[in-house]
Design a protein around this ligand. Structure first.
Ligand code: MG
Length: 278
């Protein structure tokens, strides 16, 4: 099932996307996550045509910072080491960082180029999971049933800011720069460990192409490890990392410019289009 947030008649709604849009009687996606998915039919208050709505990010205002994985595909780890002029060494432990998101843009939205603060705006396609249950000290096999669903996240990054500071937080948290969407595909459609093609096109040129089966720490590994340390609350968003082919990985680098169109797609979910403004 596809669950989306969207604008209709000047208001934000949540609904089920099929060949039509079934509007649900909930204020926002977080409220639906809190409620759970049982007996959703009884929550339908109206049915609309697809043309009547404008998709927004499925979770527009994340309750907490988004948890991100760094260096979680081997090929991206190698390109990052090369960019830093370092010899590649296989890391032994997962890299976690977080990303402040006041408002996530949805598909088709224009985000700022931030050229007043960065000369190295970059894209990163990522499979993101959303938790539907609190998790604490969970075994890997128990983690999958706590997943509410999956979406696509573009972990937009100011590379120069990311590297200027000791930690990634600032360079990963540029305002208006965490596109998400186009919707959440519920976990029942992607059971167990997902093996999905992930790609990015910039102005139609294929830049990133991999599969989530290439994740160094997969979904179950991430949830088991993080939940050993802390309670992961329902509604938590975790971005699982990006494969090779980011702008930084090219010589010379291919950073994003005003007017660019970035299209991230993940098999079984859909596509997330982001336009780079002035
Ligand atoms: Mg990333």
């Amino acid at each position: 099932m596809k669950l989306a947030s969207f604008e209709y008649n000047g208001r934000v709604h949540v609904g089920i996307i099929e060949d039509k849009v079934h509007v649900l009687d909930v204020p926002d996606m977080q409220a639906l996550i809190e409620r759970g998915l049982r007996d959703l039919e009884s929550m339908i208050i109206k049915t609309l045509e697809l043309e009547e709505i404008r998709l927004l990010a499925p979770i527009i205002h994340p309750k907490q910072d988004i948890i991100c994985l760094g260096m979680n595909y081997l090929d991206h780890e190698k390109e990052s080491a090369a960019f830093d002029g370092k010899t590649f060494e296989k890391k032994s432990d997962n890299v976690y960082f977080s990303k402040r998101v006041n408002r996530a843009p949805g598909t088709g939205e224009t985000i700022p180029s931030h050229r007043d603060i960065t000369k190295a705006l970059d894209y990163e396609v990522e499979l993101a999971l959303i938790l539907g249950e609190d998790l604490y000290k969970a075994k890997k096999e128990e983690c999958y049933q706590a997943i509410f669903g999956y979406t696509i996240l573009n972990d937009i990054t100011g590379r120069d800011i990311q590297r200027r500071h000791l930690q990634f937080y600032a360079g990963k948290s540029l305002e208006d720069s965490c596109p998400m969407g186009p919707w959440i595909v519920t976990a029942d459609e992607l059971p167990g460990e997902p093996d999905l093609q992930v790609r990015t096109f910039v102005n139609g040129e294929l830049r990133q192409e991999s599969r989530t089966s290439m994740l160094l720490a997969n979904v179950g590994d991430i949830l088991e490890e993080l939940s050993a340390y802390m309670v992961l609350k329902k509604g938590t968003i975790i971005a699982t990392g990006t494969p090779a082919g980011v702008g930084m990985g090219f010589t010379p680098p291919k950073y994003l410019q005003p007017g660019d169109e970035v299209r991230c797609d993940i098999e079984g979910i859909g596509e997330l289009v982001t336009l780079i403004g002035e």
